[in-house]
Design a protein around this ligand. Structure first.
Ligand SMILES: C[S@@+](CC[C@H](N)C(=O)[O-])C[C@H]1O[C@@H](n2cnc3c(N)ncnc32)[C@H](O)[C@@H]1O
Length: 322
């Protein structure tokens, strides 16, 4: 039965949508928010006053550019591999410094969104034409399988935007272990982790009054409509955010306002929703030093340095192999 289902899918998107919407409770992965429209909506989110994460990390990188860039540099240069690079706005701070100081490196951004990579490459050509860029489209996990191919010189693995927060701890440990496996003793991992703080500040970051976050969350339904010939009525769902201060987990949902049936023709599937039934779409995990150190130790990594903003809202950590 399982095999019959698998053979009829033509993409991971189809398979994940099928599995997520036939599960109880229903879920869809946040990695499917990102296409041309989703990338633009995420840039709008980064400009929202409530979405403190981007400014905090930008300030950390701007204040500590020299120290971070010096930690990156290796005797034969280095490969800078960024997982989930997005528009690279913050990374460009580091790239500019590295270029100015004539430090030898190649920049290898990875993203699931080809559109994000095309735009990043285009903007780098204009703003920093001497950076050597090689983009790779794909998921983190697929890319990590190929990461150990880069071992002719030092590797720096960069994960900004608290991207790791989209993973529950068990998956985050698996992700860190895969990175650790691919690392040589001199390599380093530089990763951003959004910190626990006043729960209201966190809820506000994912609940803006202008509706940008809601449109971003609903983009996964729009993609199902456009790419899988679905008929979701976007107005009959609304965005709902929760934050559990005990676990540090913020969760985004889409809630059906009414009992309804949705058809997805490419999957030959009708999905029934009860009134107020949810689709879980995103996790945005929050951390403190103790949790980060625990995650690192579970993956045989150690924290060797960290940088924070003036409110301690956000932290970037340097990890090395134990
Ligand atoms: C929250 S945004 C952050 C972007 C950037 N790191 C920043 O800090 O501005 C997440 C980015 O990771 C990409 N992404 C999400 N899930 C992914 C996955 N599983 N594999 C590869 N890229 C992914 C998205 O396309 C998006 O560009």
């Amino acid at each position: 039965m399982e095999n019959n289902i698998n053979t009829r899918f033509t993409s991971a998107f189809e398979e994940d949508v099928y599995n997520g919407l036939t599960s109880y409770p229903k879920h869809l992965s946040s990695k499917y928010f990102y296409d041309k429209k989703g990338d633009k909506l995420f840039q709008d989110i980064m400009n929202l006053p409530e979405y403190y994460l981007t400014n905090c990390e930008y300030n950390i990188l701007a204040t500590n550019t020299q120290k971070i860039a010096e930690a990156f540099a290796g005797p034969n240069g280095f490969d800078l591999i960024e997982l989930g690079a997005g528009d690279g706005k913050k990374t460009k701070l580091l790239l500019r410094y590295l270029i100015d100081k004539k430090i030898n490196f190649d920049y290898l951004p990875v993203d699931i969104s080809q559109n994000a990579l095309d735009e990043l490459e285009g903007s780098l050509k204009k703003e920093l034409p001497t950076v050597s860029v090689k983009t790779q489209q794909g998921t983190y996990l697929k890319t990590l399988e190929r990461l150990s191919d880069y071992n002719s010189r030092k590797k720096v693995i960069l994960v900004l935007g608290s991207n790791i927060g989209n993973l529950l701890h068990e998956d985050a440990i698996d992700f860190l272990k895969k990175i650790q496996d691919a690392m040589s003793p001199d390599d380093m991992l530089f990763m951003g982790f959004d910190q626990k703080k006043n729960p209201q500040t966190i809820l506000d970051a994912y609940n803006d009054p202008t509706g940008v976050t809601e449109a971003f969350n609903k983009n996964v339904l729009e993609r199902i409509n456009n790419e899988l010939d679905g008929n979701f009525d976007l107005n009959s769902f609304f965005h709902w955010e929760t934050y559990n201060p005990e676990t540090g987990t913020a969760k985004s949902f889409l809630i059906s306002r009414e009992k309804q049936a949705v058809t997805i023709n490419n999957l030959d599937l009708t999905v029934n929703f009860e009134a107020w039934e949810s689709i879980h779409t995103e996790i945005s995990q929050k951390y403190d030093d103790m949790i980060v150190e625990w995650l690192a130790s579970q993956a045989d990594l150690k924290v060797t340095d960290s940088f924070t903003d003036e409110k301690d809202f956000y932290k970037n950590y340097i990890f090395r192999k134990k």
